[in-house]
Design a protein around this ligand. Structure first.
Ligand code: ADP
Ligand code: MG
Length: 387
């Protein structure tokens, strides 16, 4: 969808901002550009909507060389979100959001209707916030309006330059999560600039790690953290990259152990006998459809004697996560509930349990898989430059 071919930018004063950039952003993909201040991220971004012209190479959007495109028409297809949201201070939130639809000639009523829809989408009640002015909003709310405005004309491409940079860490994390949920539904092709590796890892389907004016590594977050391509990248992602990896590695069915199970409606006595045979101290309690109901201890079953069913003795499962959730979530459930393991569910169905040993194995697996992933990424990257 967005393709850079050997793109360079030398500013008139002789500063080389970027050099030999080649990469591609697929349709519906979110790519983060991350690197220290001054490494050329904003320059890269502004060349896509032609606010800055490259001095070498070419950029294609949707297969079209943009140097031949009409810049105004091009920008209609590209939403732009910047730090501090860049809202017009003397226009209401609703009018700010309706800016682009109005510019491209929508009738006023339709533009406003669309703006109200978009405010709703980013979690701002249009009745409450629509009539306000930007100064009457919190930083986080202004940033949401910035996103709504960029999406108003439904452009296929979204450029976001440090969009969450101006808000405090707690609000930032909330905005990041909100945006990811939104992206799940709108599926824009997104280039997002940040200097924060945590943000890059959390947001990106893939990450471009910038050194001075060039890309040091372009790969999935897991690969960048697991197998940094250069010493520079390793230093940039930090010594705690092992921990960061927890948030980008998903729990898979193969990671799970299958503990003893007891059925909700079986007698306590039958379950107690079975657990004793298996030398097990507890069992997961499942409903008729294999749905997770809770857990029961061998002790509770034993002292129940003749009376009752497993269902009577089952306790609520506090620590559980869905299959596919990041390992970090499982780890944090374990800590929060002081549990030695967490249950993993696939929909409502019980899928198995994740133990600390399995968690460690899963982390290793993902490091190994990514060592191969990096080699694969490098091949794709070469073919871009050859084109
Ligand atoms: P980033 O967004 O990663 O902080 P920029 O793309 O803004 O980096 O800048 C990259 C380099 O280009 C920096 O060294 C910066 O000083 C320089 N630069 C940016 N804009 C101009 C300009 N208009 N003229 C000269 N140099 C510039
Ligand atoms: Mg910048």
């Amino acid at each position: 969808m967005i393709r850079f071919e050997q793109v360079g930018k030398v500013y008139p004063d002789g500063t080389t901002a970027v050099d030999g950039l080649s990469f591609e952003v697929g349709e519906g993909e979110l790519v983060t550009l991350v690197g220290p201040s001054g490494c050329g991220k904003t320059t890269t971004m502004m060349m896509v909507n032609r606010l800055i012209e490259p001095t070498s190479g070419r950029i294609l959007v949707d297969g079209e060389d943009i140097s031949a495109a009409d810049p105004v028409e091009l920008r209609r297809r590209i939403g732009y979100v910047i730090q501090q949201a860049g809202l017009f201070p003397h226009r209401t939130v609703l009018d700010n959001t309706a800016t682009v639809p109005s510019l491209i000639g929508w009738k006023k009523a339709r533009a406003r209707e669309r703006a109200a829809e978009l405010l709703e989408l980013v979690g701002l009640d249009p009745k409450t916030y629509g009539p306000r002015y930007p100064a009457q909003l919190s930083g986080g709310q202004r940033q949401r309006v910035g996103v709504a405005r960029a999406l108003a004309a439904d452009p296929p491409v979204l450029l976001m330059d440090e969009p969450f940079g101006a808000v405090d860490p707690v609000v930032r994390e909330r905005l990041q999560n909100e945006f990811l949920r939104l992206q799940d539904t709108v599926r824009k092709t997104v280039l997002l600039v940040t200097h924060d590796i945590e943000e890059a890892v959390r947001m990106g389907d893939r990450i471009a790690v910038y050194g001075q004016g060039r890309i040091e590594q372009f790969d999935t977050p897991a690969a960048v953290l697991g197998a940094p391509a250069t010493d520079y990248v390793a230093r940039f992602v930090g010594a705690d990259r092992g921990l960061k990896r927890l948030s980008v590695t998903a729990i898979e069915a193969d990671d799970l152990e299958q503990p003893p199970v007891a059925r909700l409606d079986e007698t306590a006595r039958a379950a107690a006998v079975r657990l004793r045979e298996q030398d097990a101290r507890w069992a997961v309690v499942l409903g008729p459809g294999g749905d997770l109901h809770g857990w029961v201890s061998a002790e509770a079953l034993a002292i129940a004697g003749e009376a009752g069913t497993v269902g009577d003795l089952a306790r609520r499962m506090e620590a559980w996560v869905p299959l596919g959730a990041p390992l970090k979530q499982a780890f944090s459930e374990m800590l929060q509930h002081d549990a030695g393991w967490v249950a993993v569910v696939d929909g409502a169905r019980f899928a198995g349990v994740l133990t600390p040993a399995k968690l460690h194995e899963a982390l290793r697996r993902s490091v190994d898989a990514d060592a191969q992933g990096v080699a694969r990424g490098a091949v794709e990257f070469d073919s871009v430059s050859d084109a």
